[in-house]
Each structure stands twice: as structure tokens, then as C-alpha cells.
Ligand binder design. Structure first.
Ligand code: NAD
Ligand code: ZN
Length: 254
């Protein structure tokens, strides 16, 4: 059902949480817009400005790697300045209260961890943008180091100092293989959950959007909280088309 108004929505969501033994949250870029990080698909979102660089293009071309890092550093100030919003804080509280067993996220902004969710309870399907790695040997590089090299070379992406491989932000690009361990962990959490709450995701990015589908097929209740309609609204038990912070802040006072 689509909740007709905010109060009804909040009541139904509270009821679902109360009745659940094991809930899982699944978050997308929409939970971080309150923190000042633009999403992809809202009107005026990043998607309308720059189409993301595909993994194969990143690998194939030096110019694309330079461009990827140029864009990354252009965004970096808003990422570094970002603080958790009410949605992040509410999920952290639900987790600490034992109502939530994990947060599966498509986000790369590290804000669930900053809000107090233990790192082992944040399952990152698309990696983490707060550091970089060599794609060939896996060596970790800090962004400050990459920036220094990038600036010194007049805007050129650095290669790994050990093996010469390409250094990429530790995020999963379109066309890049999904990370195995988080995918496994997300599957375990999804199949153990009796309530699955999708928050701030357009649910069009696959395979990530497969998790709410699997939860529902496995018998869990599915709640979707997103300002706009999503592709999975029709299979959800509860659809809330409202602002995430305005809805979830109720859990901060419980
Ligand atoms: P998306 O941009 O496709 O969808 C975000 C959805 O959130 C939109 O439907 C929008 O209507 C909704 N939304 C935005 N602000 C909201 C608010 N305050 N309240 C309620 N709804 C709100 O995002 P996605 O589904 O996560 O897919 C985008 C991909 O891009 C992700 O897989 C992620 O890897 C990446 N991404 C991450 C970040 C981040 O880390 N913060 C930001 C942009 C993109
Ligand atoms: Zn290397």
C-alpha cells in the first residue's frame, strides 16, 4: 500500500519495525542528500550533469582516468564536509537498539560508519570512496597522496608505485565486477531478515536492486521509503513517498 500521508506512513513503519524480529535497511544516495551529497537520479542530480564513467573506459584510456580523478576531486569537498543526516542517525539508533541487524548500502560516502554503525554492520555493495586502490595489486592509497601526485603531474592520474597498475577510487563503477564478500554478506542478511526497508534508492541499479526482490520472495515484509516512485513499489507492503529525514526522525525519540 502507498501511505496516504506522513502520519499514517510513520505509524505503519513503526508497526512493521515493532513486529519484526530481524530487520535490514538497504540504502541509496537519497539518504545522503540531506548531508549535502547530490544523488544521481533526482532532477538536477549528478546523472543529468555527468554520465558516470564506465569501468572499461577507465581501464582503456589514460584520459578517462585523468577525468575520473578530476571529477572525484571536484566532489571531494562536499564529501569531506558531509555529516550524517537524520536518516543515518535513526538507522544507527535502530541498530544499537537491536532492531536492525545490518545496513546494506549502495553509497560510497562512509556516512553510516560516521553515524555510529559499526563497520562490520555496514555492507558496502559499491565500495567506499574515501580511499583508493591499485586495480592490479590491491595496494591501498590515501586520497591525499593521489591528489598530491595528480596536482604535481598537472592533472594526470597516478599509477601504482609498486606495480604500475591503475589507481582507482575504491568504488565499484558501472561495468565493474561486484565485490564478492559484501555480496555474500548482503545475501545472508537479506535471507535472514523478516523486514527489509529500502531507503533513498531509485532501485534501478542492478544487481543491488535484486536484494529487496529476494527479501520479498523469501517472505520478508518490504517497505520502501523514497521521494519518488520506484520500480519495486508494486511488490512492497508499504510505500512511503516522503522525505527520509522527516519520516525517520521519529525513531530518534523512541
Ligand atoms: P539514485 O540517485 O538512483 O536514487 C536516489 C533516490 O533517492 C531518488 O529516487 C530520489 O528521489 C530519492 N531521494 C533523494 N533525496 C531524498 C530525500 N531527502 N528523501 C527521500 N527520497 C530522496 O540513487 P541510488 O539508487 O543509490 O543509485 C545511485 C548509485 O550511485 C548508487 O549505486 C551509488 O553507488 C552511487 N551514488 C552514491 C552516492 C553516495 O554515496 N552518497 C551519491 C550518488 C551516487
Ligand atoms: Zn599495484
Amino acid at each position: 500500500m502507498i501511505a496516504p500521508d506522513r502520519n499514517t506512513a510513520i505509524c505503519h513503519l513503526q508497526e512493521l519495525v515493532r513486529d519484526s524480529r530481524r530487520a535490514v535497511a538497504f540504502t541509496g544516495a537519497g539518504i545522503s542528500t540531506e548531508s549535502g551529497i547530490p544523488d544521481f537520479r533526482s532532477p538536477g542530480g549528478l546523472w543529468t550533469k555527468n554520465r558516470p564513467i564506465e569501468f572499461s573506459d577507465f581501464l582503456a584510456s589514460k584520459e578517462m582516468r585523468d577525468e575520473a580523478w578530476r571529477r572525484k576531486f571536484a566532489m571531494e569537498d562536499s564529501f569531506r564536509a558531509a555529516k550524517p543526516g537524520r536518516g543515518h542517525l535513526a538507522l544507527a539508533k535502530l541498530l544499537h537498539d537491536g532492531k536492525l541487524s545490518a545496513v546494506i548500502t549502495q553509497n560510497i560516502d562512509n556516512l553510516h560508519q560516521v553515524s555510529g554503525v559499526p563497520a562490520d554492520k555496514v555492507i558496502e555493495l559499491h565500495g567506499n570512496g574515501s580511499y583508493a586502490t591499485c586495480l592490479d595489486c590491491g595496494t591501498r592509497y590515501e586520497l591525499d597522496w593521489v591528489k598530491e601526485q595528480f596536482d604535481r603531474a598537472g592533472g594526470a592520474a597516478p599509477d601504482c608505485t609498486g606495480c604500475g597498475g591503475p589507481v582507482k577510487s575504491a568504488t565499484i563503477s558501472f561495468g565493474q565486477a561486484m565485490p564478492e564478500a559484501p555480496m555474500r554478506q548482503a545475501e545472508i542478511e537479506t535471507l535472514a531478515a523478516d523486514l527489509f526497508i529500502a531507503i533513498g534508492s531509485s532501485l534501478v541499479v542492478w544487481p543491488a536492486a535484486g536484494f529487496p526482490v529476494r527479501a520479498k520472495r523469501n517472505g520478508a515484509r518490504l517497505a520502501i521509503l523514497n521521494r519518488e516512485a520506484t520500480d519495486l513499489d508494486e511488490i512492497a507492503d508499504l510505500v512511503i513517498r516522503d522525505d527520509i529525514g522527516d519520516v525517520l526522525e521519529v525513531f530518534l525519540d523512541e
